[in-house]
Structures are given as structure tokens and as C-alpha cells.
Design a protein around this ligand. Structure first.
Ligand code: ZN
Length: 450
């Protein structure tokens, strides 16, 4: 286990500051924040396990342009080619439930012949048969009221535009002004990963991306501790000048119980994948924890873990206490060798994997796989329950290598997909600026916390 407790380190730093000499305004400010953190922490009970909470938010920077990396689309700040949607010459019509383009055309007084011409133009206009409620159509008219121009967002980044000069229709696809901005943020976990993410300006979707990125190395159900920290470089996507959605993670550092993990995005075979700084794929043959942690770790209670840790020694597996119905995943690719009910195990599933590894999952409320079935890593095989010999809903999970039970939380997991020499060289070039930016980010927040 990890003995490098971040709390000890942190309070140690604090003490040295109290007796220290460098009294710049910045440090005084940091001290005030830390003192507030202590005061708040003290109200909540045992100060030994209470985190010192300070804000590690850094101002977002928009000026960062990474070196030309394969697959990292930093976007272009080109002028929008299309008329803005607010242009008054456009008449906007939102599709209602049960409406087709045919009914919309009739409502607008456009001829059936015009619609027929449009539909027959090309593959893009054929898509207009599959419009959905909430979709937006925009129209411009000739003086006689007939259709002059129609605009429809076929996907996130493109408009389908139909021009009609009164004689014939012409279709064109116009790219919208999508800009990807690179942002950075950081956070310290005080009560839960989701809360820390929120404080760092991340939505839950981005927090899940972060957790999924490190989910092969870190057990986000049992191993997350107050004081764990993360630093993140990620994309935000803007369309026509306003925020559209979060993009992908470009690079991240996660410190779990004093142990540092890093992941860097790299395009491989036309697909974005994540690698550790040494070139090891973040993806492993097995998930560290085979269940959806977002159901569990919404609130963090360190005391909860002690009985579980004791019980790890008492029997051959780990008990993940989780709400009934929490989805349980196949930890790795394999074949279901048992899916059954028994008096002690309740509904249970055993999976045979490569390398003579068997994983076992007990006490499901419901199983979703059959004996003999092949399963993929991350596939839902059942839901947490309390069937068999179980007092409360939990997943009992075992990891068996060559017939020997191993601790699922610490067993070294087989690796997948190592980079070839030329790929590794390309990865190193691509990773260098991301790693140096992460270092800068880490150093900045370390300085802020001293
Ligand atoms: Zn158990």
C-alpha cells in the first residue's frame, strides 16, 4: 500500500510556514486560505483525516497553441461563412413531434414540387426524411413567397443549404465555425471527485472522462482519498462564437495517495488513445474496479473503507459496498464460464480470461449474461444486489490467477498494445509539450499551496 500520505506532507509544509520567514503578500494570502480550510475542516470532526481545502483554480488560458500534434485539432479562427442565425431575414421553424418536412412545407406555403426537387438532389438532402422534433429549419423567401433559401444543421459542424432561384434547387454543405480551445484546470479532492471536478469548473461528463482515463490504474471506488489531486489540459468546443460542449482530454496528471499517474493523448491508427509518459497504453487488459463508480463515490467517507480493508484479508475477494442496481462490468475480455444462482453466492458470474485469469462476481440482484457467452471489457454483466449470503447490497469481487486468489486492488495487470519503436518516437515528440505544460500547471498550484 501507499505510505506517502499527502496529509502528512501537507500539514508538514504548513508547520514550516508558520515558523517560516518569507512573508510575501502571496504567502499570507495562501495562509489565510489554508487557515479557513482548517477552520472548516475542524468543524467537520476528526482533523487528522480532514483535508485542507484551498482553491487551486488557475485562470484559463486561451493562448496555448500546442506544437502541431497528430490528431489534435486546435481549430481555426476563420470567419464564419454563413449568415448568423440571428439574421432577421431568416425565418426559423422548429420541428414539432410528428412533423415531417412535408407538413412544414405545407404550413409555410411552399410547393410540394419544390420539396420533391430538394429531396431528389443528393444523399445529403435524402437525410431530410429523418428530421426529429427540436430540429431547426431556417427559410428565406422570394418576393412571391416561394422558397429562396433553406438552412438546416445536418450535424454539429455543418449546415445543409438549399438555394432555389425559382427554377431549380442547388444543395451545398457549409462548415460552421467550430473552434476548439485548450483549457487547463486543477483540483484537490476533499469530499468527492465529482465535487472537486465541479470546483475546478468541470462538468460530470468531463469528470467521468478523467476517471475512465485512469480507471485501469486507480480504483475510483475504494482508493480515492481526500488530498488526491488532479491537473487537466482539455478541450472546449465553441460554435459560432458560443460554448457548445467539452471536447477531449489532451493530458492529465492524477496523484492518488501520493502516487502519480499521467496520461497523454496520442493519435494511433487514426484513433485517439492515451499513453503514460513512458509510452505504455493507459488501457489495460483489466479494469481496476469492475463497477460504475459514479453510482458510489458521490460522497466520500474515509471511515467507510476500514472495515472493507480488514475484510480483504478475511476472505478471498473485495466487497464493494454499492447501491442496489449499480452496473457491474466485465473487468476484461473473456468468456462467461458460469452464470447461475446459488444459496451462498446468490446470482453470480464467473469469467475466464486469457493468461489463466478468472474473475468472479457475486450477490447480483440480476445477471445480464449467459454461460458460454463472450464478453468485452466494460460490458455490463449484472447489477449489484444482496442475493445469497449478503446482508446489504454489495459486489463481492475475486481475481484468480492460475487458481490462486490475488488481491484485485494490487495485482499487477497485464498490459496491452505497446508502441512500436517508430510510434514511440512520434509519441515522445507529441507528448513533450503536453508534459511540460502539465509540469508548469503542477508547479503553479504547488507554489500556490505553500
Ligand atoms: Zn465478500
Amino acid at each position: 500500500m501507499h505510505n506517502n500520505n499527502p496529509f502528512t506532507r501537507f500539514t508538514g509544509k504548513l508547520r514550516s510556514f508558520r515558523s517560516g520567514s518569507n512573508r510575501t503578500k502571496l504567502l499570507l494570502f495562501a495562509f489565510t486560505l489554508i487557515a479557513i480550510g482548517f477552520a472548516l475542516g475542524g468543524l467537520q470532526g476528526n482533523p487528522a483525516v480532514q483535508p485542507v481545502s484551498i482553491s487551486l483554480d488557475l485562470p484559463a488560458r486561451h493562448d496555448f497553441k500546442p506544437a502541431p500534434l497528430a490528431g489534435i485539432d486546435t481549430g481555426t479562427e476563420t470567419e464564419s461563412v454563413t449568415t448568423p442565425a440571428t439574421d432577421e431575414s431568416w425565418q426559423r421553424v422548429t420541428v414539432n413531434a410528428g412533423q415531417s418536412l412535408d407538413t412544414i412545407f405545407r404550413e409555410q406555403g411552399f410547393s410540394a414540387r419544390t420539396l420533391f426537387e430538394i429531396m431528389a438532389l443528393n444523399q445529403d438532402t435524402k437525410q431530410l426524411k429523418k428530421i426529429r422534433p427540436g430540429d431547426l429549419f431556417e427559410f428565406q423567401r422570394h418576393e412571391d413567397g416561394s422558397l429562396k433559401r433553406m438552412r438546416y444543421a445536418v450535424d454539429e459542424g455543418n449546415y445543409l443549404i438549399i438555394d432555389h432561384d425559382g427554377e431549380e434547387a442547388i444543395a451545398s454543405t457549409v462548415a460552421r465555425n467550430l473552434i476548439t480551445r485548450v483549457e487547463e484546470t486543477s483540483g484537490t479532492i476533499t469530499s468527492s471527485l465529482f465535487l472537486a471536478g465541479k470546483q475546478a469548473g468541470l462538468n460530470d461528463g468531463m469528470v467521468m472522462k478523467l476517471a475512465n482515463l485512469f480507471g485501469w490504474d486507480i480504483d475510483f471506488v475504494l482508493d480515492i482519498r481526500a488530498g488526491d489531486r488532479f491537473w487537466l489540459i482539455y478541450e472546449k468546443i465553441y460554435r459560432d462564437g458560443s460554448f457548445l460542449r467539452d471536447g477531449e482530454i489532451i493530458g492529465a496528471t492524477f496523484v492518488n495517495q501520493g502516487e502519480k499517474f499521467q496520461a497523454i493523448r496520442f493519435m494511433l491508427d487514426g484513433q485517439a488513445q492515451y499513453f503514460a509518459p513512458g509510452g505504455q497504453n493507459m488501457r489495460k487488459a483489466f479494469l481496476r474496479a469492475p463497477l460504475n463508480f459514479s453510482y458510489i463515490s458521490s460522497s466520500f467517507n474515509p471511515k467507510r473503507y476500514h472495515p472493507i480493508l480488514k475484510r480483504v484479508k478475511a476472505h478471498n475477494g473485495i466487497d464493494y459496498k454499492a447501491p442496489k442496481g449499480t452496473p457491474v462490468f466485465a473487468a476484461g475480455d473473456g468468456k462467461v464460464i458460469r452464470s447461475a444462482y446459488s444459496k451462498y453466492n446468490g446470482h453470480h458470474v464467473f469469467i475466464q480470461h486469457a493468461n489463466s485469469i478468472v474473475t468472479k462476481y457475486l450477490h447480483f440482484t440480476r445477471r445480464t449474461v449467459k454461460q458460454g457467452q463472450r464478453v468485452k471489457q466494460g460490458q455490463v454483466i449484472g447489477y449489484v444486489g444482496a442475493t445469497g449470503l449478503a446482508q446489504a447490497p454489495h459486489l463481492h469481487y475475486e481475481f484468480v490467477v492460475n487458481g490462486v486468489h490475488r488481491n484485485p486492488r494490487t495485482v499487477p495487470l497485464p498490459k496491452v498494445d505497446t508502441l512500436k519503436a517508430d510510434q514511440l518516437a512520434a509519441f515522445r515528440v507529441a507528448a513533450a509539450p503536453i508534459l511540460s505544460r502539465l509540469s508548469r500547471l503542477e508547479a503553479a498550484s504547488m507554489y500556490a499551496s505553500q
